[in-house]
Write a new protein. Sequence first.
Length: 245
Amino acid sequence: MNRDWDPEQPEWMDRPQPVNPGLERDLANLGALNRYFGGHALVRRFLERWLRASPSGQKPLRILDLCTGYGDIPRMIADWAVPRGIAVEIDAVDFHPATLDIAQRKSAAYPQIRFLHGDALAYSPPEPPARYDLVHCSLALHHFSEADAVRLLERCLHLSRRYVLVTDLERNRLSQFAVWLVTATLYRDPMTRHDARLSVRRAFSAGELDALAKKAGWHGFHRERFLPCRQALWMAHVSPLHPSP
């Protein structure tokens, strides 16, 4: 099953548009899919492995979420961190102004999240320090050509001083069926149905993702499949992590 990539046919959510009810419903659906179908659980698995309570007087952990979309993962990270005594500061970056506006309004109760407009392929922090304790990117690679996916992985690695976690769909028959079933029965809004089914056809296979990471200069990385349709790519330099003085 070849990758269905055509730069002239972007997903509906990627097309220039103002804030509108269709986009708001689609982003809310993506947040629900992350919550109920493994996206949040996958990220929490790595948070529990890597992050520890912040010693008194230490600076918060700096986290970068590239291609943040609805901002549901930064909100989940903040909700996970607070009761564990882990102080975090999260920069959530997205290229689409309407998407960023919706995410920012949804996150009004989260002062630890800062939303920034930017291109993930060229993003640099607006002020020092230049690197983050954890760089995360979810469900974004399939939006890019192979060459730009390599650039995104390079950028994630460059911006991290400790941990990198990149998750996405995996292109295979099981994933395609799972996405078709969910969008035929539970999430049937036109934008969600169209984009989800196109996304899984545009996702990278396990072997392709390994090859992209190697081209991006990732050494000593790990990749794992998470049923029914996700895969994760990660690197860990030091474990567990406490904030820098």
